[in-house]
Design a protein around this ligand. Structure first.
Ligand code: ZN
Length: 69
């Protein structure tokens, strides 16, 4: 996937505002200062079992943009 496609995919799963990321499914949130911890979805979220690192994922996408991929 291109960086733009990665970003669209990320945006379909997450929402970001004011340094806080939200799960679009369960609306659990995580401020950037807590990024070292695994993202904690709400109980019952279909993605609760996934290992989620939205901040790291977003960083990876930004790096891809920087490298011109
Ligand atoms: Zn969730």
């Amino acid at each position: 996937m291109t960086a733009s496609e990665d970003l669209m995919d990320w945006n379909s799963r997450w929402r970001i505002a004011n340094g806080v990321v939200w799960c679009r499914t369960c609306h659990a949130r995580q401020p950037e200062v807590e990024r070292p911890a695994a993202f904690a979805h709400s109980p019952g979220c279909g993605r609760a079992q996934e290992r989620c690192d939205p901040w790291d994922e977003l960083d990876g996408i930004c790096k891809k943009f920087d490298s011109g991929d």
